[in-house]
Design a protein around this ligand. Structure first.
Ligand code: AMP
Length: 119
Protein backbone atom coordinates (compact mmCIF):
# COMPACT_ATOMS: atom_id res chain seq x y z
CA UNK A 1 0.00 0.00 0.00
CA UNK A 2 1.34 3.41 -0.93
CA UNK A 3 1.42 6.48 1.31
CA UNK A 4 -2.02 8.05 1.88
CA UNK A 5 -1.62 11.81 1.38
CA UNK A 6 -4.93 12.38 3.19
CA UNK A 7 -3.94 10.84 6.52
CA UNK A 8 -4.43 13.15 9.49
CA UNK A 9 -0.71 13.68 10.17
CA UNK A 10 -0.12 14.65 6.52
CA UNK A 11 -2.87 17.26 7.01
CA UNK A 12 -1.17 18.50 10.17
CA UNK A 13 2.14 18.76 8.29
CA UNK A 14 0.45 20.78 5.56
CA UNK A 15 -1.10 23.07 8.18
CA UNK A 16 -4.65 22.04 7.24
CA UNK A 17 -5.38 20.80 10.77
CA UNK A 18 -4.05 22.41 13.95
CA UNK A 19 -1.93 20.62 16.52
CA UNK A 20 -0.51 21.39 19.94
CA UNK A 21 2.98 21.88 18.55
CA UNK A 22 6.03 21.27 20.75
CA UNK A 23 8.88 21.08 18.26
CA UNK A 24 9.37 21.86 14.58
CA UNK A 25 12.56 21.55 12.57
CA UNK A 26 13.74 20.43 9.14
CA UNK A 27 13.31 16.74 9.98
CA UNK A 28 10.61 16.37 12.61
CA UNK A 29 7.39 17.79 13.98
CA UNK A 30 6.26 16.97 17.53
CA UNK A 31 2.89 17.64 19.09
CA UNK A 32 0.76 16.42 21.97
CA UNK A 33 -1.41 13.37 21.36
CA UNK A 34 -5.06 14.40 21.25
CA UNK A 35 -6.05 11.43 23.48
CA UNK A 36 -3.14 11.13 25.94
CA UNK A 37 -2.46 7.73 27.49
CA UNK A 38 0.00 9.11 30.07
CA UNK A 39 0.68 12.48 31.77
CA UNK A 40 3.16 13.19 28.99
CA UNK A 41 2.18 11.79 25.57
CA UNK A 42 4.01 13.30 22.61
CA UNK A 43 3.96 12.23 18.97
CA UNK A 44 7.04 12.81 16.84
CA UNK A 45 6.68 12.52 13.07
CA UNK A 46 9.16 12.90 10.23
CA UNK A 47 8.56 15.65 7.68
CA UNK A 48 8.75 13.20 4.78
CA UNK A 49 5.93 10.97 3.52
CA UNK A 50 6.69 7.61 5.15
CA UNK A 51 3.86 5.32 6.19
CA UNK A 52 5.62 3.38 8.93
CA UNK A 53 8.98 2.59 10.52
CA UNK A 54 9.83 0.05 7.82
CA UNK A 55 9.15 2.53 5.01
CA UNK A 56 11.11 5.22 6.87
CA UNK A 57 14.11 2.97 7.55
CA UNK A 58 14.20 1.68 3.97
CA UNK A 59 13.53 4.88 2.06
CA UNK A 60 14.50 7.94 4.10
CA UNK A 61 17.98 9.35 3.63
CA UNK A 62 20.63 8.87 6.31
CA UNK A 63 20.33 12.60 7.00
CA UNK A 64 16.55 12.35 7.51
CA UNK A 65 16.92 9.35 9.82
CA UNK A 66 19.68 11.01 11.82
CA UNK A 67 17.80 14.31 12.05
CA UNK A 68 14.57 12.60 13.06
CA UNK A 69 16.03 10.50 15.88
CA UNK A 70 18.15 13.42 17.13
CA UNK A 71 14.88 15.37 17.40
CA UNK A 72 13.21 12.46 19.25
CA UNK A 73 16.03 12.45 21.81
CA UNK A 74 16.00 16.24 22.16
CA UNK A 75 12.25 16.30 22.75
CA UNK A 76 12.51 13.52 25.36
CA UNK A 77 15.19 15.57 27.15
CA UNK A 78 13.28 18.82 26.93
CA UNK A 79 10.14 17.28 28.39
CA UNK A 80 12.00 15.72 31.32
CA UNK A 81 11.31 12.15 30.23
CA UNK A 82 14.87 10.88 30.27
CA UNK A 83 15.74 11.07 33.96
CA UNK A 84 12.73 9.14 35.22
CA UNK A 85 12.40 6.95 32.15
CA UNK A 86 9.79 6.74 29.46
CA UNK A 87 8.41 4.52 26.72
CA UNK A 88 8.77 5.00 22.96
CA UNK A 89 6.38 3.13 20.70
CA UNK A 90 6.04 2.86 16.93
CA UNK A 91 2.83 0.97 16.23
CA UNK A 92 3.05 -0.63 12.80
CA UNK A 93 0.32 -2.07 10.60
CA UNK A 94 -2.79 -4.01 11.52
CA UNK A 95 -1.47 -6.22 14.31
CA UNK A 96 0.50 -3.29 15.71
CA UNK A 97 -2.70 -1.24 15.99
CA UNK A 98 -1.42 1.62 13.84
CA UNK A 99 -4.30 4.04 13.26
CA UNK A 100 -2.53 6.82 11.37
CA UNK A 101 -0.46 5.68 8.35
CA UNK A 102 2.31 8.27 8.71
CA UNK A 103 5.33 7.02 10.68
CA UNK A 104 5.29 8.34 14.24
CA UNK A 105 6.95 7.67 17.55
CA UNK A 106 4.86 7.91 20.69
CA UNK A 107 6.80 9.24 23.70
CA UNK A 108 5.00 8.33 26.92
CA UNK A 109 6.00 9.20 30.45
CA UNK A 110 5.33 11.19 33.55
CA UNK A 111 4.40 8.15 35.63
CA UNK A 112 5.26 4.45 35.95
CA UNK A 113 3.68 2.92 32.89
CA UNK A 114 3.27 -0.68 34.06
CA UNK A 115 3.12 -3.72 31.80
CA UNK A 116 4.41 -3.24 28.28
CA UNK A 117 1.34 -4.69 26.56
CA UNK A 118 -2.17 -4.35 27.94
CA UNK A 119 -5.03 -6.73 27.25
P1 AMP B 1 -1.29 4.97 16.26
O1 AMP B 1 -2.42 4.13 16.78
O2 AMP B 1 0.05 4.51 16.71
O3 AMP B 1 -1.41 5.18 14.77
O4 AMP B 1 -1.45 6.37 16.98
C1 AMP B 1 -2.16 7.44 16.44
C2 AMP B 1 -2.29 8.46 17.54
O5 AMP B 1 -2.66 9.68 16.96
C3 AMP B 1 -3.37 8.13 18.59
O6 AMP B 1 -2.74 8.04 19.87
C4 AMP B 1 -4.34 9.31 18.50
O7 AMP B 1 -4.83 9.71 19.76
C5 AMP B 1 -3.46 10.38 17.87
N1 AMP B 1 -4.17 11.40 17.10
C6 AMP B 1 -5.12 11.22 16.15
N2 AMP B 1 -5.51 12.39 15.64
C7 AMP B 1 -4.76 13.35 16.24
C8 AMP B 1 -4.69 14.76 16.15
N3 AMP B 1 -5.46 15.45 15.29
N4 AMP B 1 -3.80 15.42 16.94
C9 AMP B 1 -3.03 14.73 17.81
N5 AMP B 1 -3.04 13.39 17.94
C10 AMP B 1 -3.91 12.71 17.17
Amino acid sequence: MSYDENNIFAKILRGEIPCDKLHDDQYALAFRDIAPKAPTHILVIPKGAYKDIVDFSANATAEEIDGFFKAVAKIAQEHHLVEAGFRSIANTGLNGGQEVPHFHIHLLGGKKLGAMIGS
